[in-house]
Design a protein around this ligand. Structure first.
Ligand code: NAD
Length: 421
């Protein structure tokens, strides 16, 4: 059982370690670290049976120093203000580490969307955007999907915004369906960005991905696409999991296409062992402890903690999820020589293609997937190289190095603008 760890405190510890190396003064630390604006709302939504339910909702704009706030909206029963603060904080430094001209934001609603009908979900999504309307805009704050939100929900939110604006402004939200201004490649962008990072790791270590074993926790947008793409690179996917359990086939590997089809037909991986393609693991958390080359946390934060870090055996951890390793666990992973590709770098492919979507919306001119991934690869490769170079220069792990690169950029932007005036 995972210990309750405050994700915002974890994010602050990561920041502090990098800020110390950069010798930031207390004014700079306060200016760059403190969330700029926190909004909390109680959203009334009519249920199908006529009753009215109130849903707690948040939007945190952590930083606007380098551009409009950018970050997804999460629908989950465990969403808390501290979680949204942490996620918006990571967005600031994620945008900075890959050098896209945006700040950090994040939203969340305390809801288990599995318990809502489609029309209830639509009313909740519309109410969120209507009530927080003043926060959003292509030059102010640009949301996107996160856990349990998807292109359809983005479409409802966009429509709500356009109804109030009385104009079509697709650049207000990204991760939209293609038909209404989404970008080619956005659906798999997070996983594709992670694959570019892992390939870069292999290049720096004179290795290839052919035959590498992989375990993936979480089989949603990030995790399932990670499985499909890594299989294409010649990797063997030995274990996958979702909220219903973990499934393993160490000998032959799991066929991700088969598993994706199973999830689309059954809603989740529950019962996947009945297909005889994999066995169910007794304890899903043990997936993280498998002796694999590459471990991909692609679910929620605080999965690798002081409780289980000593049992981690992977050579590389590629963080598709945000905040899956705690600050304390990182220290042990370093001692064990495990290479971490940190979340703010590893999963930045999603926000990078969101940025490219926003650019295309503003031009009103749309690119091919090939063009989008050409830009994504260039951005991810150059960010990876900058972070690994910084990690060698300061003799720190990749996470602290990524924060060093990002904090320098955010601090410089805030000072040039004089954001404290
Ligand atoms: P999603 O809702 O599509 O999928 C989440 C998956 O995690 C589901 O398969 C769910 O069943 C599983 N899950 C939930 N709790 C679990 C648990 N305790 N054990 C195992 N599996 C569990 O969400 P997503 O968009 O794939 O996001 C996953 C992670 O990646 C999040 O941390 C998110 O912030 C991060 N991320 C996503 C994107 C993106 O573009 N989708 C971008 C950057 C970061």
């Amino acid at each position: 059982m995972t210990k309750r760890i405050n994700p915002f405190e974890n994010a602050e510890k990561q920041f502090d370690a990098a800020a110390k190396i950069l010798n930031l003064n207390p004014n700079q630390i306060a200016m760059v670290k403190t969330p700029r604006r926190i909004t909390e709302a109680n959203l009334p939504v009519r249920m199908d049976d006529g009753s009215i339910k109130i849903f707690k909702a948040f939007r945190v704009q952590h930083s606007i120093a380098r551009g409009p706030a950018k970050g997804g909206i999460r629908f989950h029963q465990d969403v808390s203000l501290d979680e949204v603060k942490a996620l918006s904080f990571w967005m600031t430094f994620k945008c900075a580490v890959v050098g896209i001209p945006m700040g950090g934001g994040k939203g969340g609603v305390v809801v288990d969307p599995r318990k809502l009908s489609t029309s209830e979900l639509e009313r909740l999504a519309r109410r969120y955007f209507a009530d927080l309307f003043d926060l959003f805009g292509p030059d102010k704050d640009v949301p996107a999907p996160d856990v349990n939100t998807n292109p359809q929900i983005m479409a409802w939110m966009l429509d709500t915004y356009c109804m109030h604006k009385r104009a079509y402004e697709p650049a207000v939200i990204t991760g939209k369906p293609l038909e209404i201004g989404g970008s080619e490649g956005r659906g798999i962008a997070t996983a594709q960005g992670m694959v570019f990072c892992v390939k870069r790791w292999a290049k720096h270590h004179n290795e290839s991905l052919e035959g590498k074993s992989v375990a993936i926790q979480g089989f949603g947008n990030a995790g399932s696409n990670a499985a499909l793409l890594l299989k294409k690179e010649g990797c063997k996917i030995v274990a996958i999991s979702d909220v219903s359990g973990a499934f393993i086939n160490e000998k032959e590997g799991i066929d991700p296409e088969h598993a994706v089809k199973y999830v689309s037909e059954n809603g989740s991986l529950a019962g996947y062992e009945s297909t005889k393609m994999a066995n169910k693991m007794d304890d899903p958390m043990k997936l993280l402890e498998l002796d694999v080359d590459i471990l991909i946390p692609a679910a929620l934060e605080n999965q690798i903690t002081e409780d289980n870090v000593n049992n981690i055996k992977a050579r590389v951890i590629a963080e598709c999820a945000n905040g899956p390793c705690t600050f304390e666990a990182d220290k042990v992973l370093d001692e064990k020589g495990i290479f971490i590709i940190p979340d703010i770098l590893c999963n930045a492919g999603g926000v990078t293609v969101s940025y490219l979507e926003w650019v295309q919306n503003r031009m009103g001119y749309y690119w091919t997937e090939e063009r989008v991934f050409e830009d994504l690869k260039r951005i991810m490769d150059s960010a990876f190289d900058k972070v690994i170079e910084t990690s060698k220069k300061h003799n720190v792990n990749m996470r602290i190095a990524a924060f060093i690169v990002a904090i320098e950029r955010v601090t410089k932007a805030a000072e040039l603008r004089g954001l404290y005036a």
